[in-house]
Design a protein around this ligand. Structure first.
Ligand SMILES: [Zn+2]
Length: 94
């Protein structure tokens, strides 16, 4: 016990909750949950999952994957339009 005379030192040094009390207006100061910036009383571990686990999930066309796919398709369409324009211009000038 020579190395650490106070076993609570580590707990006291833990990162603190960043929330502000709506009653007093003062910072919460409770220890934050690991991986969160807030304590267990201020929403750590809360929220809902992504995709089908999300209560707002309707048809899947607004998921991250669907949006990425749309983005890729739009990019390909844009590129094909540019290519088509280049081919048309090449044909007219040559
Ligand atoms: Zn808190």
């Amino acid at each position: 016990m020579k190395d650490n005379p106070n076993p609570m030192q580590k707990a006291h040094a833990a990162p603190r909750c960043t929330a502000t009390s709506k009653r007093s207006g003062l910072p919460c100061k409770n220890p934050a949950v690991k991986g969160w910036s807030v304590c267990r009383m201020h929403g750590a571990g809360g929220g809902h999952g992504p995709g089908k686990a999300n209560p707002a999930y309707k048809h899947g066309m607004r998921t991250k994957e669907a949006q990425e796919m749309r983005k890729d398709i739009n990019e390909l369409t844009r590129m094909s339009r540019v290519l088509g324009k280049l081919v048309d211009d090449g044909g007219q000038s040559a």
